[in-house]
Structure formats: C-alpha cells, structure tokens
Design a protein. Sequence first.
Length: 257
Amino acid sequence: MNITRKIIKIDEDKCTGCGLCIPGCAEGALAIVNGKAKIVKDMYCDGLGACLGHCPEGALEVIEREADPFDEEAAMAHVAAMEKSEKQEEKPLACGCPGSSMMTLSPCQAVNTPAAMDQPVASSALAHWPVQIRLVPANAPFLKNADLLISGDCCSVASPDFHSRFLKDKVVLMGCPKFDDKEMYVNRLAEILAVNELNSITVLEMEVPCCSGMHRIVQDAAKKSGKKIELNRVTLGRNGSVLKEEAISSERSGIFG
C-alpha cells in the first residue's frame, strides 16, 4: 500500500548521467538508465537525501509524494546482490582495460605493434578508473595517501612521455578548464583535498591560456578546503616540451582572480 512520504525526485533536464549520486546512496536506490539517474524501486529509497550533495548539477531534491514504504531489509538485500554481481563482472581484460565503474587497474605492460614486432611501445601507467575530475568521488579508495597528478586533457596528447614521466606511480585527475565548469572543479577538488591526506600534488598544464588556469583552480580548491599545500606546477609547450617546472604555494587571493 502506498503512503505519502519523503522520497528523491530527479530532474532529468538537469541530470547529465555522470553517476556521482550512485555511490552516495547506501541503499542502492539509484541507477543510470539510458543516460539518466533513475530510482530503481521506491521501496529502496529512504528519502533522507544522502545523495543530494553528490550531484554537481543540482538535479536531485527531496519531495513528498505517494510511494511504497521504505523497506530497509529489501534495500540491503538489493545492495548485497549488486555487490555480488559487480565482483563477478569485474574481470580485467588482458591489458587491464577499464569498464565504466570505479576500480583499481593493473597497468598494461609494454606490447609489440603488429607493424613492427621488434619495436615495443611504452607501458601504460594508468592504475585506476575513472580519471575525469567530474567523475571521481572524493572517497575513491585510490586517493588515499596518493601522489596526485592534476592534468589538462590536452597534456596527455602533447607529451610523448606522459605515462613514463608524469603518470607513473601517480593518481591522475584530468579536465579542461575551458570547456568545463571551473567552479565545479574547485568544489570537487576541495572535497578531495579535505578528506584525503595526499603525499604530493603535481599540476600539469599546457602553455595555452585556456589550460594555464588549472593551477589556479587547484589553489582555489586548497583555499576552500582549508588545506595549505605545495604544488609542483609543470607547463608543457604545444610540441610536448617542458617549458617550466616550479614549486608554488597553494595560497592566493580570490576565486578565479
């Protein structure tokens, strides 16, 4: 029998299908269906709104409507079934290629190209997934005590030794300050800095103006998190050469100023 109670409502016009709300729901009430977040079953949603703060678009809200009563026992059984299914499905391919869910990877080793079997290509140094700033939750296990590399999207294309020189033994977060929401980046990185003790932070950015703001985004995130950190800033030329490498303070005045 339906009752009137609090439950999550999803604004599909705002939802981008990023999936950041999914880990925030301990009852497994949410899923991405056809590129949008959906409530799996009303009985799994407790209506407390723990998922709200994880949506960068503000697509979630708590409303009152008629729904099945929350069934905690059924929700926990649902979560257990999902965890069992994920463990069975998370079988890495030969080179550790990622799926769409958060995971730790075993990087590919050097392989030979079909055209030149005597010329091995470089090894992959990527050891986790996802890598985009907007998709990595602050509580991702691979962030704990990590050496963090915050990189502009174009850097991996410009740098001929991105994996061996910059990514090796690091956790990478990638983004584009020109096309993405800078404030969203600041908020997400501030969350990451606030809840994780990081060993080091390297900011890798291109010489072009649209990318050179990445270190300022990180500085503003540090200020918002209340953490004082030192950044290793590396600037790449468009031909992939390292133009400058310097240690800079996390302190600066003003957001995007």
